[in-house]
Design a protein around this ligand. Structure first.
Ligand code: COI
Length: 353
């Protein structure tokens, strides 16, 4: 740590025996401990690990009024020998600081992020179960904790890391609504940041989509609603003939760690990839001609989630059943083999805790 050493207060007794690890609702059960540190007078200080517990925070804190809040999503994995691994945590560290800059929040020192993370995972490692599909979802986040409702950037912040044992994010197949009315992000906005408001703004259109029987919305460009962007909890990939296509990241689209890893792995496997704007009309034509055989989402929580169908302009389109040699399944298996220390790691993405 930069200024102070990490203080650790362990919980008196673990809650782990009360948890059914075979049936985990995503993000509802948290481990015994949390990491927390404070930003005041222009510096981060007081890094500590303490029992997971409610916070004491002024009702006037800026986060409640102006949404000055950002987060990350990561996972820890356990291999068959009990080793604990993170996947590309450097990417999450870089991205939280990009989000922080855009939301007028202070950058987090590397030591705070990594020492806090590693120590927390060592302490709560019993919560990470071995076996493909079992993970510990790790949620680093920063909030404007300064009291006072003046509408300007806060000068006091709190950074925390909490962890939730997790299995799959989606239960069952995923069908999506391609959005034609609402927008998630616009040029010059903060769509690329993992800012709380980007998620809150999606809830209402997603509720409407759920009422129509869809699990997720695929956002389109805010100007014409003609090009797909991302799904809010995942980036989107399409297989057109033998080419795997995804749209470029921009100031409207999150630079997903899973997305960039899949692109690299696809290239390693000899799969042709294209990063270019994808018109919704291409998807519609691709289904009609049989040239579009796969549509899937990619994200930390979602991993690789095949999409069974989509709707656009009031019509529903179904994707064919996934074959065992589909790109989605091949990439998902390869990704998980790297994450769970079951295969070579040619790009040095794994980090042992
Ligand atoms: C993640 O994949 O980690 C995300 O941040 C999506 C989340 C909102 C569940």
């Amino acid at each position: 740590m930069q200024t102070t050493t990490l203080q650790i207060t362990k919980c008196e007794s673990s809650k782990i025996d009360q948890v059914n690890f075979d049936k985990l609702p995503f993000g509802e059960i948290f481990t015994d401990h949390m990491f927390i540190c404070d930003y005041k007078n222009g510096a981060w200080s007081n890094p500590r690990i303490q029992p997971y517990q409610p916070l004491q925070i002024a009702p006037s804190a800026r986060v409640f009024h102006y949404g000055q809040a950002i987060f990350e999503g990561m996972k820890a994995y356990k291999d068959d020998e009990g080793g604990v691994w993170l996947f590309r945590p450097d990417q999450n560290y870089e991205r939280i600081n990009k989000s922080a800059e855009r939301m007028a929040m202070p950058p987090l020192p590397k030591e705070y992020f990594f020492e806090g993370l590693h120590e927390l995972l060592r302490l709560d490692q019993e919560w990470i179960k071995p076996g493909i599909g079992n993970t510990l979802y790790v949620r680093p986040f920063m909030i404007a904790s300064q009291a006072g409702i003046i509408a300007s950037a806060a000068e006091e912040f709190t950074f925390m890391i909490i962890c939730a044992p997790a299995q799959s994010y989606f239960t069952g197949s995923v069908s999506v609504k391609i959005e034609e009315h609402y927008s998630r992000a616009a040029n010059g906005g903060f769509g690329y940041a993992k800012a709380a408001g980007n998620y809150a703004g999606q809830f209402y259109p997603t509720q409407l989509a759920k009422q129509e029987g869809f699990q997720q919305v695929v956002w389109t460009d805010a100007t014409e609603h003609k090009y797909i962007e991302e799904a809010g909890t995942m980036n989107i990939f399409v297989r057109l003939k033998d080419t795997l296509v995804t749209c470029p990241v921009s100031d409207r689209i999150l630079d997903g760690v899973t997305r960039k890893s899949l692109l690299q792995m696809a290239e390693d496997m000899g799969i042709k990839t294209e990063v270019r704007p994808i018109a919704v009309s291409e998807l519609v034509k691709g289904i009609a001609s049989g040239e579009m055989t796969e549509l899937f989402g990619a994200g930390t929580a979602a991993v690789v989630s095949p999409i069974s169908g989509f709707s656009y302009e009031g019509k529903r389109y179904e994707l064919p059943e996934l074959s065992k040699d589909s790109y989605a399944l091949r990439l998902k298996n390869q990704l998980m083999n790297i994450q769970y220390n079951r295969s070579e790691d040619p790009h040095g993405w794994r980090e042992q805790v």
